[in-house]
Ligand binder design. Structure first.
Ligand SMILES: Nc1ncnc2c1ncn2[C@@H]1O[C@H](COP(=O)(O)OP(=O)(O)OP(=O)(O)O)[C@@H](O)[C@H]1O
Length: 731
């Protein structure tokens, strides 16, 4: 209808406002675009393709997207943009979800006075805020004595860790008890942050302080709702970063912190990060505004607080320093290029040997050779230079991962409480959906986790919707929502992608190419979520809920096996330092529970036992008794989902509004991609598929009272007045 205000698709802005200038005739609508963009004729094949209607100005800037009369992608995008740019509001609700847009600017909205303000307040009465969500979780726990979780997702740099930290700070404040020991516990909970950032965060091109692992922290509360303990589970540490960094990126912060304190630890023979291969590849040793020496002081203080003694700290730093020297070990290739050796006077290797207290000659030997055990004999096979480098890097990654796990275990011991918590609130800070130019095993696992979280989310939103209709006695029909179970089944069920990958890993001559062909044979044209790219025979595509992602199969098998050579481990197990030896001993203490191990210094966190090998799989007759990375991840996700499903969930979706990290700049294209990927648009779809408008009687009355004659208004019975409006104009 002429005069109607609508939204029209735009290649740059995603949607632009327009006014219909001529009634919809035939299959065309003529509109006048806003912002001097002129007129445009839109071809409309059916009514469903009509341009979406704009909301009246009075609704613009609402703090809950689901309260908009016209509920669709352009309305959501415009409302978020308006609040962010015009009002400086970074938080908006979308039903039960809190959308948080990264302002890239320090805001004065997180101080203690804000915590006090939000404490005890109902979220519907106050501005959206991470503290409002935290309060909702806390009060729901107190009221219903039910466990809660806060699920924070978003892409790298979107603000997940910052949000999770504020949520934890909120709990630490409202859950702090009067006694000294409670105060200590709350401090310990907060101290886990700088430690985890030092060992698990790194500078990437997307984020100067990017968490390279996922984590779920459960904060335990007593019957009186005071913090009594906590526990952390970690997911998929990016181990490859220990040995490789892309341009402009860094290794884990802790390495640079240690180098900054080189003069304090002379025996570690450390110097500038540029002197070490493992810290110099990105050619970017500094992070703007960060002093690694100061950060190191923070890390040490936090370690002290959680009970890592000075001598244990020294051992941890020794091991980390050894990793840096290990990366500088050079291999001299033989003329026939079939073998190599480490020079007997390689300084780096002798420093590694002395720092780790291990036999340097043995390490030299087994870096360049491999033992192959068959039924009848044991053979020694020389390794090529590139195989030796690979073996060195695999060991460096493994040493780091074990140290990381030891520290996580130590944090868990410190946060462990003998008393069983009455309830807990879990905070999940996990990588969002990823799609790069080249996607590999890491993206595959991350996107698999996001499929699971998305399923949990849609099922929960859907159930809430249903519950509300039942509670209000509203007649409704089944809403058809997107169910991603077939996609999850493709990945995790029998003969699915992970299963076939594990099968291939067990084959003596298993390789990426064979696995890829098996995937095609099994799933092509059989699973609607699986496809083969037209131009490739070594990649596959998964139609994820967020987008189609092409995965390159090269490297999947190796990453899934994640093998360490048994002889290397034996050398480490024979270390003169019990700390080092214990770190690599196999014992089957349960996963990341924080329970103290019998081992004197070793709070195991159970990455699962080490996968080691003495030769290629099966050729070396050692039994493969441990799980692959893929199946470990599948099990840990199953456990996570069981935990989440047994809690009342609260969701925070973080949005990165621009790639330049510019304060208060909103790029609609980037925002809309993320809104789709994190399920906000799906929530909108579920809301609008049911009853899209949710107004309370007083809200409706204020909005539409102008339509009523004075006789139809009954101020004592607002509901009746509202019904009069509808009877007069709708029925
Ligand atoms: N609420 C906020 N206020 C001010 N700045 C913020 C806020 N949230 C995020 N930032 C800025 O954005 C940066 C990136 O945030 P954060 O590290 O939380 O992202 P992330 O989603 O956890 O990323 P990654 O997945 O890479 O770890 C922060 O270092 C900070 O500079």
């Amino acid at each position: 209808m002429a005069g109607a205000r609508v939204w029209v698709r735009d290649s740059e802005e995603v949607w632009v406002g327009a006014e219909v200038v001529q009634d919809y005739k035939g299959n065309e609508v003529k509109v006048l675009l806003e912002g001097d963009r002129g007129e445009k004729t839109i071809v409309v094949k059916s009514d469903t393709e009509l341009p979406p209607l704009r909301n009246p100005d009075i609704l613009v800037g609402r703090d809950d997207l689901t309260s908009l009369s016209n509920l669709h992608e352009p309305a959501v995008l415009y409302n978020l943009k308006y609040r962010f740019l015009q009002e400086g509001n970074i938080y908006t609700y979308c039903g039960i979800v809190l959308v948080a847009i990264n302002p890239y600017k320090e805001l004065d909205i997180y101080g203690n006075e804000f915590i006090q303000f939000y404490s005890g307040c109902n979220r519907n009465r106050i501005d959206p805020h991470v503290y409002a969500i935290a309060e909702e979780a806390y009060s729901s726990m107190c009221k219903f004595e039910h466990n809660q979780s806060i699920i924070v997702t978003g892409e790298s740099g979107a603000g997940k860790t910052v949000s999770a930290k504020y949520a934890m700070r909120y709990f630490a404040t409202v859950g702090a008890g009067p006694g000294e020991s409670d105060t200590q516990m709350e401090k310990k909970v907060l101290a886990s942050n700088p430690i985890m950032e030092a060992i698990g965060n790194a500078k990437t091109i997307r984020n100067d302080n990017s968490s390279r692992f996922g984590k779920y922290i459960e904060i335990g509360f007593s019957k009186k709702n005071l913090i009594i303990g906590a526990n952390m589970r970690t997911y998929l540490l990016e181990k490859s970063r220990v040995v490789f960094q892309a341009a402009q990126e860094r290794n884990y912060h802790i390495f640079y912190q240690l180098c900054a304190a080189a003069s304090e630890y002379k025996e570690f023979m450390l110097s500038n990060p540029d002197d070490f291969y493992y810290t110099s590849q990105g050619e970017s040793p500094f992070v703007g505004g960060v002093d690694d020496a100061d950060e190191f002081d923070e890390t040490r203080k936090a370690l002290q607080l959680i009970g890592v003694t000075e001598s244990q700290q020294l051992m941890v730093f020794r091991i980390l320093a050894a990793i840096l020297h290990f990366g500088n070990v050079d291999f001299l290739e033989a003329d026939n290029q079939e073998s190599c050796k480490v020079s007997p006077d390689d300084i780096s290797l002798s420093v590694v040997a002395s720092l780790l207290g291990i036999d340097g000659e043995q390490m030299q030997r087994w870096l360049c050779n491999r033992k192959i055990v068959t039924v009848n004999e044991t053979m020694i096979k020389p390794l090529t230079e590139s195989q030796s480098i690979q073996a060195r890097d695999a060991l460096a990654k493994h040493i780091y991962a074990q140290t990381f796990d030891w520290i996580v275990g130590k944090i868990n011991v410190a946060l462990h409480t003998e008393a069983t918590p009455h309830n807990f609130i879990g905070v999940l800070d996990i990588y969002g959906f990823e799609m790069f130019e080249t996607n590999s095993f890491e993206q595959f696992c991350i996107n698999y986790a996001n499929e699971k979280l998305q399923q949990q989310f849609t099922q929960h939103v859907f159930k809430l919707e249903q519950d509300q209709y039942v509670e209000e006695g509203i007649v409704w029909s089944f809403i058809d929502f997107y169910d991603n179970q077939p996609c999850i089944a493709l990945i995790e069920e029998k003969l699915g992608i992970l299963d076939l990958l594990d099968e291939e890993c067990k084959m003596p001559n298993g390789n990426d190419a064979n696995w890829c062909q098996k995937l095609y044979a099994k799933h092509l044209e059989k699973s609607k979520h699986f496809a083969k790219p037209r131009m490739s025979r070594s990649a596959f595509v998964i139609h994820h809920f967020a987008d189609d992602v092409q995965y390159e199969t090269g490297g999947f098998l190796e990453k899934n096996r994640d093998m360490v050579i048994e002889d290397h481990l034996n050398i480490l197990r024979a270390s003169q330092f019990e700390f080092v030896a214990a770190l690599f001993r196999e014992d089957e203490t349960p996963a990341r529970t924080g329970k103290q191990s019998k081992n004197y210094n070793k709070p195991r966190t159970g990455r699962g036992s080490v996968r080691s090998m003495t030769g290629p799989p099966l050729q070396g007759a050692k039994k493969q008794h441990t799980q692959t990375v893929g199946s470990q991840f599948r099990s840990s996700l199953t456990r996570l989902m069981q935990t989440l499903n047994a809690t009342i969930p609260h969701y925070i979706r973080c949005i990165k509004p621009n790639d330049e990290k510019a304060p208060f700049v909103f790029e609609p294209k980037r925002a809309v991609e993320q809104l789709r990927a994190c399920g906000v648009l799906e929530t909108i779809r579920i809301s609008s598929a049911g009853y899209p408008s949710r107004w309370s009687y007083p809200e409706f009355f204020v909005r539409y009272r102008a339509l009523l004659k004075p006789a139809d208004i009954d101020k004592k019975n607002i509901r009746c007045s509202c019904e009069n409006v509808l009877q007069n104009y709708i029925s």
